[in-house]
Design a protein around this ligand. Sequence first.
Ligand code: MN
Length: 227
Amino acid sequence: MSDLVIPAPTLPTVPTTTGGRFPVRRIFCVGRNYAAHAREMGHDPDREPPFFFTKPADAIVADGADTPYPSVTQRLEHEVELVAAIGTGGSDLAQEDALGHVWGYAVGLDLTRRDLQAEAKRLGRPWDTAKGFDASAPIGAIAPAAEVDPTSGTVELRVNGDLRQSGDLADQIWSVAETVAELSRFVTLAPGDLVMTGTPEGVGVVRRGDTLDGAITGVGSVRTTIV
Ligand code: MN
């Protein structure tokens, strides 16, 4: 018999291309990791070390499922990103060891209430409500790391079939290895952690009825419709 005073929350999971499911513990995200995107957001990409924010694990939207348009925003925007799924934990990882801690890779969307983010930046407030809201993280199937090269591959996002974002993993300011190593200085990474590694240029507005298709060559894809 359980002594839990309320029902235990359901463990969020993401399907893998191997037919299993990856249990999700936390979701970390990197800001401004492509020079062209940093510039389009009004920043100088050459001067900033990586910085991190989070989404709750239960913000995940299954591939192919609808995403409800979030409350309290007039400007929902898409960001397509490579997601690294941590399989082995650790802290203070060396760059050359970091990729050995990654179980696999997926394509994810870092959905953003851009108006709330702009307000937070202006007022020096946290980004939580701009980034970490319900259903803010559609994520596709996770492919095993052995099948993926996280250092190159076209990163694309289409809205209703029209190409909106196009970049390449090779253009990341901080590589996945560098990002995972750096993040492990701030937190002890654990199995089940996801790391969204930043978005290339071309972020833009999403409206109800839009279908978003994210894809990364050699990794996979993710699709959702905003309802
Ligand atoms: Mn992002």
